[in-house]
Write a protein of this length. Structure first.
Length: 371
């Protein structure tokens, strides 16, 4: 079996550091907050090239807290791409704002900037560009198009720890939310997340809301939530962060190897947007169909899985075609690029420890599955 992601291999590299860190936590009984969390927040902010990092319980909370910090609430509209994990839309719904969807670029699958700008209306409060699969969306184009409108950019950076665009990372000029779900490039041993920002006031707001609405015990300035990064998870994240730059470099090498191995196989290989330093959270290819509704991709996936290749789909349903968001009123066909991608894309195994032999086996299995 070649897994989609090999968490056991990653753990083997950090096991000793994690064990020592857990012993420190147990000795100090500092399970919520404390030195480990403070150190991780400082180290991740430095790694990300931002001034502030606030650790929270998970990536969905991070998005919600970022939205609340910039003032998104009832009556507001938030624009986001139709092809994203449901958490992006959930965060908007949880602050009682309205989800407004737009299509994606058919080549990179990143948000269609022109469509997003065209969707801006009187009630628009924010736009969420999703940095999909390990590369950043063209935020600078959004920023230029939104100048003077008062519309805020809240970046969904759940898949791009370490990625940059023209040398800058997510949140470097605003605010971004990330997830440390175990399978991410920087993954915890459970749920965890963070908000990163260049703005001290926004960081204070996120920290306040995430800790029952106050920074001092029993002082509650606003109605908040309980969403804090556990110290045990901070230990894991610190151990992995020390290796993340090397792991991301290994991912880039593996992606380049796939690019070569897949030459002539017949699938469409991923494209990196000019100006991006990709960190290859996922390596997503495309199995083209004749009419955009073919199930050939599903047949190829089933054959790969049967052959022991842990391939997957990210994502099989656009937001507007999920039952949870059917009430938005978008009909099938509203976002043709996202809808077609959903029936054609296929994610191949990729992780820092993947070997050339494993990648060769994946490509041979894919070649056989397409016959």
């Amino acid at each position: 079996m070649i897994p989609l992601v090999d968490l056991k291999a990653a753990h083997a590299e950090v096991a000793e550091d994690v064990d020592l860190g857990f012993k420190r936590i147990m000795a100090d009984t500092a399970f919520i907050g404390g030195a480990e969390v403070t150190a991780f927040e400082r180290e991740y902010a430095e790694f990300s090239g931002v001034a502030h990092c606030v650790g929270v319980a998970n990536g969905t909370d991070a998005l919600e807290l970022a939205l609340r910090a910039v003032g998104v609430g009832p009556g507001d509209e938030v624009i986001l791409p139709a092809n994203t994990f449901i958490a992006t839309a959930e965060a908007v719904a949880r602050v009682h704002a309205r989800v407004v969807l737009v299509d994606c670029d058919p080549v990179t699958y990143l948000i269609d900037v022109d469509a997003a700008l065209a969707a801006v209306g009187p009630a628009t409060k924010a736009v969420i560009p999703v940095h999909l699969y390990g590369q950043l969306a063209p935020v600078e184009r959004l920023r230029a198009g939104l100048a003077g409108t008062g519309v805020v950019i809240v970046e969904d950076a759940a898949q791009c720890q370490g990625a940059t665009r023209f040398g800058a990372g997510a949140g470097a000029e605003g605010i971004a939310a990330t997830s440390f779900y175990p399978g991410k490039n920087l993954g915890a041993y459970g749920d965890a997340g963070a908000v990163v920002t260049a703005d001290e006031a926004l960081a204070v707001s996120v920290r306040t809301i995430s800790s029952h609405g106050g920074l001092t015990k029993y002082v509650h300035d606003v109605i908040g939530v309980n969403s804090r990064l556990d110290a045990l998870q901070a230990v894991v994240l610190r151990a992995k962060l020390n290796r993340l730059a090397g792991w991301n470099a290994a991912r880039r090498a593996a992606a380049a190897r796939y690019d070569e191995l897949l030459e002539g196989v017949g699938v469409t290989r991923p494209v990196t947007l000019d100006g991006n330093e990709h960190v290859w959270h996922l390596y997503v290819v495309r199995e083209a169909s004749a009419d955009g509704t073919s199930t050939r991709r599903d047949e190829v996936l089933a054959r790969l899985n049967a052959a022991g290749v842990g391939a997957g789909i990210h994502y099989p349903y656009p937001i507007h075609l999920t039952p949870a968001f059917a009430g938005l009123g978008y009909a099938k066909g509203s976002f043709p690029h996202a809808e077609r991608a959903a029936v054609e894309i296929l994610t191949l195994p990729l992780f820092p420890q993947i070997t050339p032999q494993q990648q060769e086996a994946v490509v041979e299995a894919l070649r056989a599955a397409r016959r």
